[in-house]
Structure formats: structure tokens, C-alpha cells
Design a protein around this ligand. Structure first.
Ligand SMILES: [Zn+2]
Length: 348
């Protein structure tokens, strides 16, 4: 698809139902996050006039693309009720409906990109998804939206889908769903040690999926310069060689310096830089289309700023100045991740 004059085309996905998933008071994954993210969207020029897609409810068959039938049945049974599925994943009467529509939003964005209706998509969904395992909820997540969307894209004929996960937590569910799969390249940058404890650099995929799982675990304190180094030495060269048909970003913003759950030091410049370099990298391959799906991010100001800067970078070709250098510990961690991938990819 070619870009229309006036710049790249963005489409959004959002739904009032996403506010109706509530956890007990004090839970960080709260409806106010959505208001903050919406403010971030409306402050970005590219979002002005961008259509908001009507999200359908994902069908139970859609969920079964990546989840077991037994787990889908478990989820159906929480509809209309309140409780918890594990220690930190709660549900309210509308949670399953909200989660299904959030998956539907991810599917609507995927379809819009594959149909050539837009270059970029941004989905403002709750609850998040990347910890949801094939047969188990986890870490505030009921349904793994990005995984359903990636599998749906393959069903529509995509052959290579990148899932880039820059949430501060490792997306263990997404990795597990695609670890045997070469058609989905899962790349995660995450804090380590940190919940959920998975995502070692040496976990590179299994069987036919070997080399198609890329983990970059980083110690607390990683800032814009560290993420830039990881992108340049490993993440971007791998994406460029893979030449995806479609890129889905698990766009969590809990690596922001202000986030209460994460211990990283990214700021708006860092998210803008990563977005711009990603977009420039996939533009040189066959698929320039990128959808961003909201995952974590628990400081409202940090979330607002990060969403705004992500969207701003989609139409701003200049890269923000990234100051600082990479310390020895982070340098060694990036080197270890690159070493683990060097059997599969040409790295600088
Ligand atoms: Zn997270």
C-alpha cells in the first residue's frame, strides 16, 4: 500500500467497554489508565481525524487460535461474575466482555493494516494480554490479544509476523504460544530480574522456532541509551533480516522512569526513538505496517507522555537526541543476548 499524500494513515481502536473491567481498589491496572492513554492519543497531531474502528467481539473460535478449549470455557464461565483467576488477575462482571472486545480491537486493527486501509494502528485496550498463557490467565491478563492477532494474520496469508514487546515485563504468554513457530518472531526487551521471571537470553525458541524468539533481559536502571544500544546491536538488525509482512508491538509503557512497577528509566524520547527506528526499519522491508497494542504502564503521566510520543514519532522523521552511554553491566547483557542470537542472525 502506498502512503496517501499528507503522510501516513493511522487508525485507532478503542471502546467504552474497556473501562468496565475493574479490579479491587488499589490494583494498578485500573480504568484511569485508559483515560491517560486517550489523552496521549488526542495530543498527537497524527491522531486528529484518525478513524476509530468499531471493534467486534472476538469469537470463542478466535480465542481458540492460541488458547486451549478448556481455558476458553473457563473464561466463558466468569462472564457476569466477580472473582479472581490467580493471585493478581481479577475479573468483574464485564471483564470477559471487555477482554473479548479488546481482542476484537486487535483483530480489527490487523485487518485494517492487512487490507491496506492504514499504515499504522494503535489499540487502547484493557485488560492487557501478553502474560496470558495457552491454558492460564496470568499477570492481569485474560486473553493474549497480540497472539490472537498474530495467528489471525497468518491465517490471512501473512508469512512473517514480528511481535515486538517493549513492556517492562517479559511476555511469557506470547513467547510460549509461538516458541515452536518460525512464522512469528517474538522479540522482548524486559527488566530482569522482574515478574514473571522468564525470558532468559538463552531462550531462543524450540524446534522449528529456534532463532525466532529473541530475549533481551536488562537489569533495572536501563535508560534510553541502553534501549538504543539493544535496538542497534540486535533488535533492528534481526527485524530487518526477517523482513516481516506485519509488525505488532506489545506496547507496554511500564519501562517509563515514573512507573511504579518497573525499575527502568525510559522517557518520552526513548519511546519516540524506538518507534521511529522501528518504523524506518520495516519500511525498508516488504511490510511497513505496524500496530501498537497497549499492554502495561501504570503511571498516568508517564503513560500519557509515552503514548503521545509513540504516535508523534510515526510522522516525525527526526530522531530525538539520546544522551548518555551504556554502563558495563547493561553492555554485557546486550552482548549476551546478541551472542545467543548469533547462530541465527548476522549481527554487527
Ligand atoms: Zn508490564
Amino acid at each position: 500500500m502506498s502512503e496517501v499524500k499528507g503522510g501516513p494513515v493511522l487508525c485507532l481502536a478503542d471502546d467504552a467497554l474497556f473501562e468496565e473491567h475493574v479490579s479491587p481498589a488499589g490494583h494498578p491496572e485500573r480504568p484511569a489508565r485508559l483515560s491517560a492513554a486517550r489523552e496521549g492519543v488526542s495530543s498527537a497531531a497524527i491522531a486528529r481525524g484518525a478513524p476509530t474502528l468499531a471493534a467486534r467481539d472476538a469469537s470463542l473460535d478466535d480465542l481458540a487460535l492460541v488458547h486451549t478449549g478448556e481455558y476458553v470455557t473457563t473464561l466463558s464461565r466468569i462472564d457476569g461474575k466477580s472473582g479472581h483467576l490467580d493471585a493478581d488477575t481479577f475479573y468483574s462482571p464485564r471483564s470477559f466482555a471487555a477482554a473479548r472486545r479488546a481482542t476484537g480491537a486487535a483483530l480489527a486493527l490487523t485487518d485494517a493494516l492487512l487490507d491496506g486501509q492504514a499504515d499504522f494502528g494503535f489499540g487502547l485496550m484493557r485488560p492487557p494480554g501478553h502474560h496470558a498463557r495457552p491454558a492460564q490467565s496470568m499477570g492481569f491478563c485474560l486473553i493474549n490479544h497480540v497472539a490472537v492477532a498474530a495467528q489471525h494474520a497468518l491465517g490471512r496469508g501473512a508469512r512473517r509476523v514480528v511481535v515486538l514487546d517493549w513492556d517492562v515485563h517479559h511476555g511469557n504468554g506470547t513467547e510460549e504460544i509461538f516458541e515452536n513457530d518460525a512464522e512469528v518472531l517474538y522479540i522482548s526487551l524486559h527488566q530482569s530480574p522482574q515478574y514473571p521471571g522468564t525470558g532468559a537470553a538463552t531462550d531462543v525458541g524450540l524446534g522449528a522456532g529456534k532463532g525466532f524468539t529473541v530475549n533481551v533481559p536488562l537489569a533495572a536502571g536501563a535508560d534510553n541509551a541502553v534501549y538504543r544500544a539493544a535496538f542497534e546491536r540486535l533488535v533492528l538488525p534481526i527485524i530487518e533480516q526477517y523482513a516481516p509482512d506485519l509488525t505488532l508491538v506489545s506496547a507496554g509503557y511500564d519501562a517509563h522512569v515514573r512507573d511504579p512497577l518497573g525499575g527502568m528509566q525510559l522517557d518520552g524520547d526513548g519511546y519516540a526513538w524506538m518507534t521511529r527506528r522501528l518504523v524506518d526499519t520495516v519500511r525498508s522491508g516488504p511490510g511497513h505496517r505496524v500496530a501498537f497494542l497497549l499492554e502495561g504502564g501504570y503511571d498516568l503521566g508517564g503513560l500519557r507522555e509515552s503514548v503521545s510520543r509513540t504516535l508523534g514519532a510515526l510522522e516525525e522523521p527526526a530522531l530525538p537526541e539520546i544522551a548518555g552511554s551504556v554502563g558495563a553491566r547493561h553492555d554485557a547483557q546486550i552482548a549476551a543476548a546478541a551472542r545467543a542470537q548469533s547462530a541465527f542472525w548476522r549481527l554487527p
